[in-house]
Design a protein around this ligand. Structure first.
Ligand SMILES: Nc1ccn([C@@H]2O[C@H](COP(=O)(O)OP(=O)(O)OP(=O)(O)O)[C@@H](O)[C@H]2O)c(=O)n1
Ligand SMILES: [Mg+2]
Length: 458
């Protein structure tokens, strides 16, 4: 396989490069000018993949950082950071949006590009770190100093491969590999193929990569540990979930055993509502959807809260003797959250065994007998009683706990609880798919749920 063919498509053209460079230079000049005019002690600089020459064609998200001296208070950093970004976007007649990382920052949409204006502190090394984004400047410097020209192409291949197998992005929604992590993997292993070879034959849970030999690997217990060359106390792969690490390993093996150009491009999926419906039916499980509106919180806070809700629902169902086969969740981040719960056992008999005291405990036996009378009997060393089950079916059970005085038993964020208490829909997936509420995005989510490996091979 000739990687140059791929690079021709995914590498920004000279024209594209010049356009981004021109725009970012202009934005930096504007920020610096506004700062001077308003006596704000700050200086703009280009960071991220555009500065490092590791951005994919058509995907230029420009990261402009505004550096403040360490003596600046955090309040001033936030205030002036937002002000500079805002004024610059206005001057360029762009649209803007407020976003949140470790502190709020502003994103502009200018001339078809997405631009992050992020305030940070000027630091010389990680010891001076005041906010999480401060490292970014150090990262950019490190990559520029250690990544060769040819290796930039290798980074592009790796990022694109990661993207099309759905393991790219450190945001909580994905839990995959960040851009900086891809760059470090190329710096460490030398090439795209070397990374895939190592992943498919050497990587194990808690595998450690320590490029600068800091010897701090033992501090970390995550699935993959890549010590940040600019900060010996940080694992660059901290956000990588075991699931995504495993998926990358499997896709690497698939690619190596049968390399195809298709691995570098999005997989086309033909969605057929009737086929998906038939497949859910033929599984002979029962699948419920809980649908509600997402609370207005940042995406990186929303996804973990949804996951927690899903896990908690899972737990209460199992405690009630229902058996969950699998569960997953999805959101469009504005109108819908869907928690999908596929049941292996969703109907239970009228009676259940209730475990009582040990027979050696005289006092407890008296109380148990008072309560259960002739329904109680001895089994081995314990009293048991056959009692009526309160909930024989999933739907009434869930409807009963998703109400004001019961929802407290579920462990999940207060924002989600508030939304569910306002309104939720609990419905069988087959019924839902027959309604006009089922969008293409939701259909894709159902398809991916049924075809978990779909992106891992071509
Ligand atoms: N979880 C993250 C996200 C970002 N960063 C830092 O912020 C910079 C910009 O972030 P982002 O735009 O997400 O990554 P890029 O490297 O620019 O990659 P790309 O935009 O091509 O995905 C990164 O280079 C990195 O130094 C980080 O340290 N940890
Ligand atoms: Mg970027």
């Amino acid at each position: 396989m000739d990687f140059n063919n791929i690079l021709k498509v995914i590498k920004p053209t000279q024209e594209e490069n010049e356009k981004v460079k021109l725009l970012s230079d202009k934005l930096i000049d504007i920020i610096n000018k506004i700062a001077r005019e308003n006596n704000i002690n700050a200086e703009a600089t280009l960071v991220g993949s555009v500065a490092k020459g590791t951005w994919l064609s058509g995907k230029a998200d420009v990261d402009i950082f505004m550096k403040f001296p360490l003596s600046t208070s955090e309040d001033d950093l936030k205030k002036y950071g937002l002000k500079l970004g805002d004024k610059c976007i206005k001057e360029m007649h762009g649209d803007h949006e407020l976003r949140y990382a470790s502190h709020p920052y502003i994103t502009g949409f200018i001339e078809g590009f997405e631009i992050d204006f992020v305030p940070c502190y000027i630091i010389k090394n990680a010891e001076e770190l005041k906010s999480a984004v401060d490292r970014t400047i150090l990262h950019t410097e490190y990559v520029l100093a250690n990544l060769g020209e040819k290796q930039k192409g290798e980074v592009l291949l790796l990022k694109k491969f990661m993207g099309s197998i759905h393991t790219y992005g450190a945001e909580f929604k994905v839990g995959g590999f960040s851009g900086y992590l891809c760059e470090l993997l190329i710096i460490h292993y030398g090439s795209f193929l070397n990374v895939l070879n190592a992943a498919s034959s050497e990587w194990r849970p808690n595998y450690k990569i320590d490029i600068e030999d800091y010897g701090t690997g033992e501090l970390f217990s995550e699935p993959l540990v890549v010590i940040d060359p600019t900060d010996k106390n940080r694992n660059v792969a901290a956000a990588l979930k075991l699931q995504k690490m495993s998926e990358f390993i499997v896709a690497s093996r698939n690619f190596l055993s049968n390399p195809k150009e298709e691995y570098f491009f999005d997989k086309e999926i033909d969605l057929s509502k009737s086929e998906i419906k038939t497949e859910f039916e033929s599984r002979e499980t029962k699948t419920f959807l809980i649908r509600f509106k997402p609370p207005e919180i940042p995406a990186d806070a929303l996804y973990p809260q949804i996951k927690k809700t899903e896990n908690s629902l899972n737990g209460v169902l199992e405690r009630e003797d229902f058996k969950v086969f699998n569960a997953d969740s999805w959101t469009d981040e504005s109108q819908n959250v869907i928690i999908l719960i596929e049941m292996e056992i969703w109907k239970l008999p009228r009676i259940k065994k209730h475990l009582g005291p040990f027979v050696w405990s005289k006092g407890h036996q008296v109380k148990f007998m008072e309560k259960y009378g002739n329904k109680a009997y001895v089994e081995e060393n314990r009293w048991v009683a056959e009692v009526e089950r309160k909930y024989k079916e999933v739907k009434p059970f869930l409807d009963n706990i998703l109400v004001e005085n019961k929802i407290g038993f579920l462990k999940f964020g207060k924002h989600i609880k508030a939304e569910i208490l306002k309104k939720y829909e609990l419905v069988d997936i087959l019924e839902f798919m027959g309604s006009d509420k089922c969008s293409e995005d939701m259909l894709l989510f159902f398809y991916e749920y049924l075809n978990k490996n779909v992106y891992l091979w071509r």
